[in-house]
Ligand binder design. Structure first.
Ligand code: 6MZ
Length: 343
């Protein structure tokens, strides 16, 4: 089944840039850093990211990993390198449509502004678009820990960048440690929507801040990240079903962080059995040492999915993308061709 999963064209809709950086890419980033700082010594923990699975037991543990990687992407050159590496690895896994998401950061030491950061990511996307058969779009992330003013700047930048000619910024999203309430950002998401941006919200990833849910769902978001515990509440379930809000489900991430005890306990089954749109995603393929084909294989083994189920799930992922519908239709031809070849 893994071979079939690898051969399937896939859409990845939930991938955090810095969490997706692999050990191989981390080594390249360290090399780059050493060119300007020969004595640079990377934190030992960052090099053992591939073994992070052994160390991460909770979501809080995962949140200790991100700053270690972010410490290596503090210049435009490093951000572009990380972007190119991440996209190349998704391309190697036969991902045809990728939505990356990242939190624009400024760094006063290296004089990297948020605009520089976004431009560096877009430069990496442009470089890959020239040589790889993968379409990449970008969501700008608001970190739950941020001040509203900081997040507001990100939304304004998303609006500006989305207007540019080959608009690769298609949305904004909310992520970060779920123990921080996201309600203060709601007016910003409203504003983003008024300017034509799509919205994805991490919701109910853990049992922190469950009281925000009704207000966050009332937005309503265009997609939900994780939503691990949402199906426990019939009112929330009804809102999600009525609005047909797709869920981005990351099996390995949820399992490693123990927000689902086993793969079988995943909420995937609940939504799948109701024919609700779900997208299988990796979340942080570097930190969790996974890749999208593997997520498909785990889903297939855990829930006895057939090849047809996997194909349908993969196509459903593409259709939940935030790129304009006509672009997604055009990409769908790849799925149609695959279906014809495997009929
Ligand atoms: C919530 C997550 C996350 O933005 O620097 N992030 N937020 N839940 C998760 N599940 C494990 N995984 C990653 O990528 C790293 C940032 O993405 C968010 C966190 O805010 C993390 O700092 P970027 O590219």
């Amino acid at each position: 089944m893994l071979a079939y999963c690898k051969s399937l064209p896939k859409a990845e809709l939930h991938a955090h840039l810095n969490g997706s950086v692999s050990v191989r890419a981390i080594e390249k980033l360290i090399e780059l850093r050493k060119r300007s700082e020969p004595d640079y010594k990377a934190d030992d923990r960052v090099l053992s990211t591939a073994k992070a699975q052994d160390k991460i037991r909770t979501l809080a543990d995962a949140f200790l990993m991100f700053p270690l990687i972010q410490a290596l992407t503090q210049t435009s050159e490093a951000v572009t390198l990380a972007t190119v590496e991440v996209i190349s690895e998704f391309n190697d896994d036969n991902v045809k449509y990728l939505e990356l998401r990242t939190t624009p950061r400024e760094n006063t030491v290296t004089s990297m502004s948020k605009v520089d950061y976004i431009e560096a990511v877009l430069a990496g996307i442009a470089r890959c678009s020239e040589r790889l058969p993968i379409i990449v779009r970008l969501l700008l992330s608001i970190d739950r820990r941020q001040e509203v003013a900081d997040a507001s700047e990100t939304v304004d930048l998303a609006i500006e960048f989305a207007k540019s000619k080959n608009a690769r910024v298609v949305g904004v999203e909310l992520s970060g440690d779920p123990k921080f309430d996201g309600r203060k950002f709601l007016p910003l998401f409203q504003k983003a929507r008024e300017h034509g941006l799509k919205i994805a919200l991490h919701l109910a990833e853990s049992c922190d801040w469950m009281e925000e849910l009704s207000e966050m769902l009332a937005l309503p978001p265009d997609r939900i990240g994780h939503g691990t515990l949402l199906h426990n509440d019939p009112v929330h379930t009804a809102v999600i079903r009525e609005n047909s809000i797709p869920l981005e489900i990351c099996l390995t991430s949820n399992f490693i962080c123990q927000t689902t005890k086993t793969f079988k306990d995943s909420h995937l089954d609940f939504w799948f059995s109701r024919k609700h749109p779900v997208c299988l995603c990796t979340d942080d393929q570097g930190v969790f040492d996974t890749y999208l084909s593997k997520e498909f294989e785990i889903a297939s083994e855990t829930f006895n999915l057939t090849k047809q189920d996997l194909f349908d799930t993969s196509l459903c992922g593409l259709r939940c993308g935030f790129a304009p519908k006509e672009e997604l239709y055009a990409i769908e031809r790849i799925w149609a061709l695959f279906a014809k070849e495997h009929a």
